[in-house]
Every structure is written in C-alpha cells, then in structure tokens.
Design a protein around this ligand. Sequence first.
Ligand code: PLP
Length: 373
Amino acid sequence: MYARRLKGISLSRIRKMFEVEGEDIINLGIGEPDFEIPEDSKKAIIDALEEGFTHYTPNKGIPELREAIAKKLKSDNNIKRDPDDIIVTVGASEALYMCAQALIDKKDEVLIPDPGFLSYNACVKLAEGKPIPIPLEGKNFRTNPETIESLIGKNTKAIILNSPSNPTGAVTEKDDIKAIAELAEEKNLIIISDEVYEKIIYEKKHYSPGQFTENAIIINGFSKTYAMTGLRIGYITAPREVIEELLKIHQYNTACAPSISQAAALSALKGPQRVVDHMVAEFRRRRNLMHKRLNNMGIECNKPGGAFYMFPYVGDEAKFTEKALEEGVVVVPGSAFGYNGKDHVRFSYATSYDKIKEAMDRIENITDVIPIG
Ligand SMILES: Cc1ncc(COP(=O)(O)O)c(C=O)c1O
C-alpha cells in the first residue's frame, strides 16, 4: 500500500525520548535550547501580525532577510553570496530534504557522519540513495579526511558534514575542513554542510567548507542560535545554478517559509547578539558541570567544543538508558545515531543547571550497578 521508499525508514527514537514526561523526570534527551526567542523577535512577530504580514512571501524568502543572511555569510564565514543565491527554508530540516531530492538519484552514495543526526540517513533513503557511514574517530569524534577519501567510490555524489556535531558536540578543525573541501573539488563531489550549531561553540572557532570551495552547499538556521525551533525557519545557500534547482523542490513543497517567522528571523539577525552570547555562556557553564561530574563518576568523556550534547561511552547502552530512566533521567541511546554510536548515550545539557546537578546525582546511583568503561 505504501511507497517502497518508505521501507527502512523508521520514526525518530529521539522524538520518543522527547515525549517522556512525568513529575519527577529530568529529560536530558532534549535537542532544543531551553531559552526564549529574543525580545525584539517577539515584537517583530506582533508587528507583523498587526500589519497583516500574513500572506505568501517570495518563494526564496523576503529580500530583506536574504540580504541580512548574505551579510552574515560574508562577515562571519567569509563566504560571498548574492541574496539571490539564498533560499529561506522551513527549518534546516527542509533544506536537508531539498538537497537530497534535488541532488540524489537511485544508487547515488552519500557519505554521512556516524554517529550523526538522524535526518541525514532518512533524507538520503527517501531520495532512494545509499547512505554510507563515515565512522567518526577517537574520543574527539574526528571527521578524518583520509577516512572520507577511503570511502569515495564511483557512485559517491555528496558528503554531509556537521560541525559542531549532533550528537557528539565535536567541532571539526580548520585543517580537516580544508582537506575535505579540497578532496571534494578533486573528486568533483558536493559537500552539504549542516552548520546549525555554528554559534553554540566554546573554545574553538567555526570553519565552513564554503570558505574553501565553491562545491559547498551551506545549511544553517535560526532554531538553535535564537531558540526558535517552533518557528521553523532556516536557510540554504549554494552557487546560483544549484539554487535554481533546489528552488524547484522548495516551490512545489512549501512555496515559502512562514511570513511571520521570517520577520522574527530578520529581527534576530539585525538585533544585538547579546542574547546568543548569554545563552552560550550558560551552556558553557552547564557543559563544564556535566563534564566534571561524568568524569568523576567514571564515565569518561572529552569536553565537547560545541552544540549542547555529550556523547560518552557507557558500556551497555540499553541497560544504561533503562537504569537511568528508573532513576527518572531520560537519555538517548547512542545507536539511535548510527552503528558507531553503539554503547554510548547522548546527554543534552539544554536544561537548567540545577536539574543537571540533580540528574548527575541520580546517574551516580546507577554507575554502581553498571560497570562502565
Ligand atoms: C544537526 C542538526 N541539523 C538540523 C537540525 C534541524 O533543525 P531545524 O529546526 O532548523 O529544522 C537539527 C535539529 O535538531 C540538528 O541537530
């Protein structure tokens, strides 16, 4: 009854963890910032409503927002793109789906990080392509250009990169990004770079492959940086000829991103970035706490450089997840993110400092019963 392409696609196991609720439950399975959208963006939404800005916008998005994004790409990433080389999307999620639909044919192979964000695998499969896992290496979950090179075959079409990473929090080093960009040029492959956690970064600096090659499609969004997950707003930029093809998918799928969310996004980009700094400072404080507590109880992990996740090895992930839940703490089993996530769990610190403290006290109780390491 259902299309063959849906075979092998399952609903996200993370969503299930999201929905676990209860009075005494501390949910460390959450994948969204627990902050409010900037005050200016709230006001922009109200103004937009009052001004009747509730109709279709141009397919690519309102020009002012695309101009602001072009400016941001130039100043933050040193990527020079015209506003017409940008499409405003319904979250980064739509941008990922668009890429897969516009670029992948049956039998095309796409290299995806493993462990990695679930949508990569699903989007490639929905386009009837073949996801090929890039095993991330070592305690720092490195995306090694040599590993990528060894996986490239005659059917390889694209490489998906994600730095800072969900679920590992790893930040890819400049030299690795550059080497992968050069590899993509040499082998004539497309890089799809998911940079939604760009601003949630601590000691390190973010580098985009778009700085080093024209072969890169850059995906970014407002969900994480401005805590706007529910407004569903993101963007994609690529060389003009690619954008015109991507636009076909966008136009017939969503027509345009929500007008009101575009107004909120514009205001967020143009407004003071103090809100982001404040959020990142708080994430850093929580990361430091969680890192210290986990290591002290024998759950060894390196300090991740970005995003709001930790992804330590815990031995038997099913047992750990179950025992944690018995203590009232929700975590996500690592194999939800791919084969190489096995026997790890993802802890999110997108919850309050005090709750993280309490959750760590509870996790400490189960480390006695589960031998770790
Ligand atoms: C790596 C990564 N990319 C993309 C997304 C989707 O973001 P959006 O809300 O913009 O669709 C997420 C959300 O969790 C993510 O973790």
